[in-house]
Every structure is written in C-alpha cells, then in structure tokens.
Design a binder for this molecule. Structure first.
Ligand SMILES: NC(=O)c1ccc[n+]([C@@H]2O[C@H](COP(=O)([O-])OP(=O)(O)OC[C@H]3O[C@@H](n4cnc5c(N)ncnc54)[C@H](O)[C@@H]3O)[C@@H](O)[C@H]2O)c1
Length: 326
C-alpha cells in the first residue's frame, strides 16, 4: 500500500510523541484520534488536522484505518481497544506493557496471527543505535551475569500509582529493563523477587511497591538481577550492565559504555528511537513484511510474562517459572 491510514487510540503524553513522528512520515495519513477524554481527543485531533472520536467503534467505522497506534494506560488494553481494532483488520502498534494480564495479551496475539496483521510494541530501547551496537558486541560473547536497574520517581498520571491500573513499577516501567535483558542476555526463565512497601505514605491513592529486587535465571543459566524503585523525586539511574569474561557492556538511556582492561569507550546515540520504531511499523504495514520491527507483539507478551511472574513471586515469597509463549 502506498499510504498507511493511521489512527490513534489514547491521546495522552506518549501519543503526542508518536503523533509528531507520524506527521513527519510522508507515507502516513492520520485518519482519526480516539480518547475517552473528549478534551484530549479534540486537542490532539486539531494538532493532526483530523477528526476526534470518543469510541473505537466510531473510529473504525468513520476513519477506516489500516493501522493504529495504541497509547492507553495498561488497564485499558483488551476487548474494547486492541481486540476491536484487530478484529476489524487493523494493524497494531501498542505501547508497553501490552496488557495487565497474560490472558488478554494471548487473545490479542492469537487474533493478530489469525488475521495475519503486523503487531509491534513500543519497547523503544531496542531501537537506539547504542543498544543495537551492544547487541552486536554481545553476539559472540559468553555472558557471565548482568545487573539492571530503574531508580526514579512516580510517573505523573494518577493511574500509575494504582496497582490494578498500571501493574506497578516493574510491570509498567522497569519492563523496559526486563525487555533489554531478554533482548541482550536471553529468555527470562525463572524469577525470585523481594519487595518493599509502605515507605511512600504522602501520595494519595498510592498502593504500588516502593522497591523491588528480582533475581532471574536467563538463557542457559545466566544469573541476572534487576532492581527498581520509584521513591525518589528525580530520575537517578536507569540501565543494564552485562558482564562477559573480559568486557563490561553497559546500556543506558541512549548511551553505551564498553569497558575493558585499560580501555573505556563511551557512545551517545544520535538516533530517535521513537521515530525509528514508528517508521519500522509503518514500513512493515506498507510492505506487508514485519522483518524491520524489532519488537513484534509476541516479544511484548514474553516480557509481560516475565514481569508478571516477578510480581507474583514477591507476593508468594518463592521462585517461579515464567510462563512461555510459543
Ligand atoms: N515507551 C515509552 O518510553 C513510554 C513513555 C511513557 C508512556 N508509555 C506508555 O504509553 C502508555 C500511555 O501512557 P501516557 O503517558 O501517554 O498516559 P496518559 O495518561 O498521558 O495518556 C493515556 C490516554 O489514554 C486515554 N484512554 C484511557 N482509556 C482509553 C480507552 N479505553 N480508549 C481510548 N483512550 C483511552 C486516557 O484518557 C489518556 O488520555 C502507557 O502504556 C505507558 O506505559 C511509554
């Protein structure tokens, strides 16, 4: 197809970034913006020079999209959004996490497969040129162990601090690091987690964990630990260090450090991973070939499975196997 008729579902902060990028792609026509919040839908539609909708049904009927960018909060995925779009034959770019339950994620995956549609997930870390270089560097190395972290504050929307709406920091935010572990080290097979609660007492409605430490077994037996906290009021440290026999490869926010005896190389990514992930999705839809998509939907489901197992492990106080996706 020459031009992709692209719709937006969810018109919040993340959608604005995707919309800006979509508007710069010549082969995209934005055919509608849908949000349950009328003000947001209308404001975003005005920016894109398109129509605002309050329901996905209306968006599908009137906008006739080929593809949609879904940037709704984690709890909103499922029957009313993703499944309606897929059943109508709409290719999906979905923000992470793909859902809050594996049951929903599997249903969307099955529907995408049945309709032979492109499904992509916004794990944009995979698109930084520095992450790509890390992947290339690690390809022929034996990983000894790895350590990742996300240390920062509480993300601003009110749904974020409610566990039943966001899943908590591990499921909603540190999911980027879990995905990086899967991408650079290997499949997360087993998890054992500890958590801290009750430190944040001054934020209304806050019921998520303050800190989590997740030990995991990855690939063919590589130990990895991923820690998270959202108790700070500033962004402190985010990234993953991968230790090989004689080299440390550290991936940060658009950064790469390669450390060897007597030598340290620092790189800063020059590309915009959000622009690149959207372009890869649009190209995949246009060409009917998903090869350029670095995080297909099934990968997003596997990352969700690992984060959900991590949360469950903390709750049950025992190690758990991660449920696989075939
Ligand atoms: N990849 C990244 O770096 C990154 C960064 C920020 C957010 N995100 C992800 O993007 C998603 C959205 O986050 P955000 O920051 O834009 O949140 P937000 O709260 O700013 O926006 C979400 C929007 O979705 C709308 N919405 C809720 N339910 C809906 C429904 N059923 N149909 C249509 N619209 C609905 C809300 O009204 C709101 O306008 C989350 O999954 C988040 O994890 C990703």
């Amino acid at each position: 197809m020459a031009v992709v008729r692209l719709a937006f579902v969810g018109a919040g902060r993340m959608a604005r970034t995707h919309m800006r990028n979509a508007l710069s792609i010549e082969e995209v026509e934005v055919v509608g913006v849908c949000d349950v919040d009328r003000g947001r839908a209308e404001e975003a539609a005005k920016i894109a020079g398109t129509k605002a909708f309050l329901s996905v049904d209306e968006l599908i009927r009137e906008g006739k999209p080929d593809a949609a960018v879904v940037s709704v909060p984690p709890f909103a995925h499922g029957e009313e959004v993703d499944l309606k779009l897929v059943r109508a034959g709409v290719n999906l770019f979905v923000e992470k996490p793909v859902a809050l339950s594996l049951e929903v994620a599997f249903r969307v995956l099955e529907a995408l497969r049945a309709k032979e549609l492109v499904g992509a997930v916004g794990y944009h870390w995979r698109y930084w040129e520095t992450t790509r270089e890390a992947k290339w560097l690690l390809e022929d190395k034996e990983v000894v162990f790895a350590g990742g972290t996300w240390q920062g504050g509480i993300y601003h929307p009110s749904w974020w601090r409610r566990r039943e709406k966001s899943g908590g920091q591990v499921v909603e935010q540190t999911t980027h690091i879990f995905d990086l572990v899967r991408h650079l080290v290997g499949e997360i097979r087993r998890v054992y987690s500890l958590r801290r609660r009750g430190v944040v007492r001054d934020i209304p409605d806050y019921d998520i964990d303050d800190a989590t430490v997740v030990a995991m077994e990855c690939g063919d037996g590589v130990p990895v630990v991923v820690t998270s906290t959202c108790v700070l009021d500033f962004g402190h440290k985010v990234g993953l260090s991968v230790i090989t026999r004689k080299m440390v490869v550290e991936v940060g926010v658009g950064r790469l450090s390669v450390i060897e005896s007597g030598h340290r190389l620092e790189k800063v990514a020059r590309n915009d991973p959000y622009a690149d992930e959207l372009r890869a999705f649009v190209e995949a839809v246009r060409e009917g070939n998903p090869e350029g998509v670095l995080c297909p939907y099934d990968e997003g489901v596997k990352t969700l499975a690992a984060t959900l197992a991590a949360i469950e492990s903390a709750e049950e106080g025992r190690p758990l196997e991660v449920k696989g996706v075939t």
